[in-house]
Design a protein around this ligand. Structure first.
Ligand code: AMP
Length: 223
């Protein structure tokens, strides 16, 4: 039996749980996790030319220009030829990015099979991001209330001191939410029009959300 690749886009406001859920989804379905936010933070940490350019936008809670993100993504996808498929986390965020992704996948004989939208209220988002703590070394994510590390302030995975991401400050969070509403929300219509959108509640425990997500992906696989 020949199994086709499976490509999943995870959509949701900042703080909707895309990162946590997308990582788990990739593991469970044996897919490659592509998180443009993580890739950009790696470039910033390395101090590369791209990272220096991107940092200016990220600090303000704005989108990094499409061309810069595209450069990074193209490199990643081309190193993934022949893979079982990808979970795209934080990409696409604009109409132009969605078109680019379609083109890149088409070159590989693939397409977006399922776009999952994690729905979370604004109040919940502000509370989640306020308590979020991130490991600057390995990228693991915790929450002071709902997912505390075993030892306060230290990463469970690598023991590094956890930090609050610069763009998780409340004023920047509000800006990121506004950007999300204007640029990224319209993508829901695009994927709904193709019949690949699945809306699920992103509220509840991470296990509950993952249960809904896995079901939505399995259900959408054969469209
Ligand atoms: P995230 O970790 O997905 O919340 O992304 C953090 C920040 O990285 C965003 O606020 C943007 O500044 C930038 N970023 C991540 N992904 C993209 C993308 N697909 N397009 C433009 N900017 C992005």
């Amino acid at each position: 039996m020949v199994t086709r690749a499976l490509d999943v886009v995870v959509l949701g406001a900042p703080g909707a749980g895309k990162g946590t859920q997308a990582k788990r989804l990739a593991k469970e379905f044996n897919l490659f996790h592509v998180a443009t936010g993580d890739l950009l933070r790696e470039e910033v940490a390395k101090g590369s030319e791209l990272g220096q350019q991107a940092a200016r936008f990220m600090q303000r809670g704005e989108l990094v220009p499409d061309e810069l993100v595209a450069q990074m993504l193209v490199g990643r996808l081309h190193s993934q030829r022949g893979m079982a498929g990808c979970v795209f986390d934080g990409y696409p965020r604009t109409q132009a990015q969605a078109e680019l992704l379609d083109g890149l996948l088409a070159e590989l004989g693939r397409r977006v099979d399922v776009a999952v939208y994690l729905e979370v209220s604004d109040d919940e988002i502000v509370s989640r991001l306020g308590g979020r703590r991130t490991c600057p070394r390995c990228g693991a994510v915790f929450h002071v209330r709902t997912q505390p590390p075993a030892q306060e302030g230290l990463c469970d995975v690598c023991g590094t001191a956890l930090v609050v991401r610069d763009d998780d400050r409340e004023d920047i969070v509000r800006q990121r939410l506004a950007v999300y509403r204007s640029h990224t929300e319209p993508l829901l219509q695009l994927y709904a029009g193709r019949g690949v959108l699945r809306r699920i509640s992103g509220e509840g425990s991470p296990e509950q959300v993952f249960g809904r997500l896995a079901e939505a992906v399995r259900g959408g696989r054969g469209h």
